[in-house]
Each structure stands twice: as structure tokens, then as C-alpha cells.
Design a protein. Structure first.
Length: 116
């Protein structure tokens, strides 16, 4: 099982990034997918989630209206489009795959830095 995030980097405030999380080793379309983030000195926090078929999405209040989660069950990839980025969005972003309570996988994370 692998979850590999990519797309992070340094961006100016107000800019955009699109993160990807490529999955392998399990039946991707059976799993709900979630993005989390962890800023230095802070606990990991939930950012956005998408259901297994992609029909339902949810967002943390801090990113609602700026971030969009989506998935491609053919490419086995989940995305996080981030617009209007703020310095407080700076964090390591992780994707997570879950099916019930038994199956729970995490990626290694990708760094997003928002700074001028």
C-alpha cells in the first residue's frame, strides 16, 4: 500500500497550488479520502474529505470556499486545489485513505509554504 503526495512548494500569499495523492496497492474506489495538515508546533488537523465515489465532500471552516477536494477513481488519485492561500495555510499536507475502522493508510506528506 502506498499513498504518495506531490505538488507542494513555496507560493506567495493569494496564490494557488494543486496537491495530488497517488494511491496504489489497494482498491482506491472503496476508500474515503481525506486531506490533513500539520503546521509547526501544532496538532494535525483535518482539512477536507471526499467520499469513495466522489459524490460527497466536506471542508474545514478555515478552508471552505478556497480549497476543493476531488478524486479520479480511474487514475487512483485524490487532489486538493488550494486557492487564495494565506500564510496560515503553511503546513505539511497529508492524505489519508480509510475504509471502516480496519483499513487506514497515510501518505508521507508534502510541504506547503505560503510566504512573500
Amino acid at each position: 500500500v502506498q499513498l504518495v503526495e506531490s505538488g507542494g512548494g513555496l507560493v506567495q500569499p493569494g496564490g494557488s497550488l494543486k496537491l495530488s495523492c497517488a494511491a496504489s496497492g489497494f482498491t482506491f474506489s472503496d476508500y474515503a479520502m481525506t486531506w490533513y495538515r500539520q503546521a509547526p508546533g501544532k496538532e494535525r488537523e483535518w482539512v477536507a474529505a471526499v467520499s469513495s465515489a466522489g459524490g460527497s465532500t466536506n471542508y474545514a471552516d478555515s478552508v471552505k470556499g478556497r480549497f476543493t477536494i476531488s478524486r479520479d477513481n480511474v487514475q487512483n488519485t485524490v487532489y486538493l486545489r488550494m486557492n487564495s492561500l494565506k500564510p496560515e495555510d503553511t503546513a505539511v499536507y497529508y492524505c489519508r485513505a480509510r475504509k471502516g475502522y480496519q483499513y487506514d493508510y497515510w501518505g508521507q506528506g508534502t510541504q506547503v509554504t505560503v510566504s512573500s
